[in-house]
Write a protein that binds this ligand. Structure first.
Ligand code: BGC
Length: 732
């Protein structure tokens, strides 16, 4: 049975054909290896069922639209019948139809009662999950009766004919079906599905394996199936629940006083936990995770800039695999840089199985115009974003071995890219152009602030990596430098470019100009144009957009969000005041970043408004595209707002700074935070913060200086605008 506590579950009652596809996204069950949309077992005309296998993509015969996710067999399909009568929602009368997603257990439940045209009443229940303790495994349990007569469920398991499927083979045994699916110019997926049925009750295990293009299968579905059958359904479900319990222990965020915010956070965390895979770097996280077809499962900077920090501080093994995925795609990133006339590594703006850029050349804009997509050609900040994530991993884990073997190569090759991407202008400064920043309304601009500042930061981290490794492991460093053909002259150029790369910040107002001549564009107030969020293309048209200061999403503010220690509070405040009124939030990435920045500035109520806007993107379908899958970056931005924003946690070079600033309605905010092999538990209200450390750490409160705290529990009070020094709390 699902958990009773309404703050641990999402429930939807009834059947609304216009919302069915949104609900299929909400109710997806996933475990980083596979994701299955929450479609009804028997299907419906509105349904868009799919099971995705992470990292398995195929191409259409003419390769017109790039890699598309392979769709697996519909392992949740049941064809319930009473004798020869079909049992369907649209036949007869619905007496009860409820889906309950239990976040705590990671299980989707369904309760259904239907009156047939004959007057007979059917009772049906099901539960399904993607096992978290054994990611090869999927489980479905169902039972259905009519006045004591069991329903029959049928043995068919349909295979949706996706455009990326080249070939499917299947063999059917007595109670088992095996599929081998070959994606065109892609990898392979294997499913073994076993069903046992007895008097209206059904148990089904599906086991999955996958193989990279041209590679051997990773694990055997038959063995996984045998494992599950041996353990049995009850024990398998127990292990799954235990695995979810461990994840929640490491990541739950408790909010008291605001049930809507609590529910939105748990919903977001459920989907984030569902998409992580700590075991392999086979795949990364697509913009819509494994919950829907949006963006064809492609991987964007959403992963490194939004999703990865969540894992870094709750389940660092997943963050590590996400970085390894990018490392694996370095050859493609090098080739891409080379093909555009640069050196180093330019990661794909949109990436899939092999790391080649797969941004579509054309797209349909929100105003239904087929328009060339320039992001693949010009949106290059992705390289700095990947370097940023890698560096954050290093700062948070201090894992030297990983830095030497994996991280350094990413940071150095991206630094090298920027040193070739920036060109010296007639004014003697280095410039980056033409370029697109996070604000995609303005294309082909010069010196996008976000890109330039992160490029500079990337170059500086490249130099720091070289210095650090040459000190820590001089022979390891020499070997790496030799392999990368890095010479002193390269490093000297990095220094030069970092020092002389154009920065445009108005000395009086402290506002960074988003790109050259941005301030000359027509000024515009976004809120006066339309209620936000809105698509700028629809309101102003594409041509006019480029001529105004309307911004799609946090750009300069994103920079300040990502490098919080680099910009003084008054600079962030000035930029927030400038850019916030000019932003349409046409991207789902935007409201959450505004929420974090506002929360850190102490604008807690404004931040809460943005938090709610970010939460509404999926739960209220605010962008009218929840049917295409959960917006993973927006989900992650809710965690960032709670923990980094209201919780006020900043992982600085030498200490962890904690400065909670809760909105008035939040009477308590509590969460764990993984940092340098330590778990720090923060539990705050507006007047007191309690901190529990698993091992010693340097912690600073508010604007105070860091203090070494031993393992134990501490308490600090808020008064006169700042936090007191932490005092140890006696235990026992
Ligand atoms: C945003 C990008 C984002 C992409 C995928 C676009 O609308 O502007 O920043 O990476 O969606 O979520």
């Amino acid at each position: 049975m699902p958990v009773q506590d309404v703050l641990w579950r999402l429930e939807s009652a009834g059947f609304d054909r216009f919302r069915e596809r949104d609900l299929e996204s909400w109710f997806a069950v996933a475990n980083g290896r596979t994701g299955t949309r929450g479609s009804l077992e028997e299907g419906s005309p509105e349904s868009n069922p799919a099971t995705y296998v992470a990292g398995i993509y195929g191409r259409r015969p003419d390769d017109s639209s790039g890699p598309e996710p392979l769709i697996g067999p519909q392992w949740t399909f049941l064809d319930p019948r009473l004798a020869d009568t079909e049992v369907r929602l649209e036949i007869g009368e619905i007496l009860e139809q409820r889906r309950v997603l239990d976040f705590r257990q990671g299980i989707l439940f369904r309760f259904w009662r239907q009156r047939l045209p004959s007057g007979q009443e059917i009772t049906f229940r099901s539960a399904r999950f993607a096992a978290l303790h054994d990611r090869q495994l999927l489980v479905l349990q169902a039972d259905g009766h009519c006045d004591g007569t069991p329903l029959a469920f049928g043995a068919d398991i349909p295979l949706p004919a996706g455009p990326s499927l080249e070939h499917a083979a299947f063999t059917r045994g007595r109670d088992q079906v095996d599929f081998e699916l070959v994606a065109r110019k892609g990898g392979r997926a294997f499913f073994s599905i076993s069903t046992s049925e007895s008097r209206g009750s059904l148990e089904r295990f599906a086991a999955v394996a996958r193989a990279a293009p041209g590679g051997q299968p990773e694990g055997s579905p038959t063995e996984a199936l045998a494992r599950a059958k041996k353990a049995g359904l009850t024990a398998t479900r127990e292990q799954h629940r235990k695995a979810w319990g461990e994840r929640w222990e490491a990541s739950d965020v408790v909010v008291e006083g605001d049930p809507d915010a609590q529910l939105a956070l748990r919903f977001a965390l459920y989907h984030l936990i569902s998409v992580g895979d700590p075991e392999t770097d086979f795949a990364s996280v697509g913009a819509r995770g494994l919950t829907g077809p949006g963006y064809n499962g492609h991987v964007f900077w959403d992963t490194e800039a939004f999703v990865l920090p969540f894992f870094l501080h709750t389940h660092p093994e997943v963050a590590r695999q996400l970085i390894r995925y990018r490392h694996r795609t370095l050859p493609a990133a090098r080739a891409r840089a080379r093909s555009l006339g640069y050196t180093g590594a330019l990661f794909a703006w949109e990436s899939a199985d092999d790391g080649r850029d797969c941004t579509p050349p054309f797209a349909l804009t929100p105003d239904h115009v087929v328009t060339p997509v320039l992001t693949g050609r010009e949106e290059h900040h992705i390289s700095a974003d990947v370097a940023w994530a890698t560096w954050r991993y290093w700062e948070t884990t201090r894992d030297e071995e990983f830095l030497l073997r994996v991280g350094a190569e990413i940071v150095l090759e991206t630094a090298r890219f920027w040193s070739s991407r920036a060109r010296r202008g007639a004014d003697g400064c280095f410039h980056i152009a033409p370029v697109i920043g996070p604000d995609e309304y303005h294309e082909g601009v010069r010196d996008n602030a976000y890109t330039n500042e992160l490029a500079r930061w990337n170059l500086e981290r490249g130099l720091e990596t070289a210095e650090l490794l040459s000190r820590a492991d001089s022979s390891g460093w020499k070997a790496l430098a030799r392999r990368l053909k890095l010479e002193e002259a390269d490093l000297a150029r990095w220094r030069l470019v970092a020092d002389q790369l154009m920065r445009r910040c108005d000395a009086d107002t402290m506002v960074y100009e988003q790109f050259e001549d941005f301030f000359e564009l027509e000024d515009i107030n976004a809120a006066e144009l339309a209620p936000r969020p809105f698509a700028g293309e629809l309101v102003l048209g594409r041509d006019r957009l480029q001529k105004t200061q309307l911004v799609k999403q946090a750009d300069v503010l994103m920079l300040m969000h990502m490098l919080p220690s680099a910009y003084p509070r008054e600079v962030v405040a000035a930029n927030y005041r400038y850019y916030e009124p000019r932003t349409s939030h046409g991207s789902s990435l935007s409201p959450g970043v505004h929420a974090v920045v506002a929360a850190r500035l102490g604008l807690a109520e404004e931040a809460l408004g943005y938090f709610r806007m970010a939460a509404a993107i999926d739960l209220d379908d605010r962008m009218r595209n929840a049917a295409f899958g959960i917006h993973m970056a927006a989900a992650a931005s809710l965690w960032q707002t709670a923990v980094l924003g209201f919780g006020g946690v900043t992982a600085e070079a030498d200490c962890l700074r904690v400065d909670p600033k809760l909105p008035a309605s939040w009477t308590r905010l509590a969460f764990p935070f993984w940092w340098r092999d330590n778990v720090i538990r923060i539990d705050a209200d507006r007047s007191e913060v309690r901190i529990e450390l698993r091992s010693p750490a340097d912690v600073a409160l508010g604007a105070g200086s860091p203090r070494r705290l031993a393992r134990g529990r501490y308490r600090a009070r808020f008064g006169n605008g700042n936090w007191s020094q932490p005092e140890e709390v006696e235990t026992g």
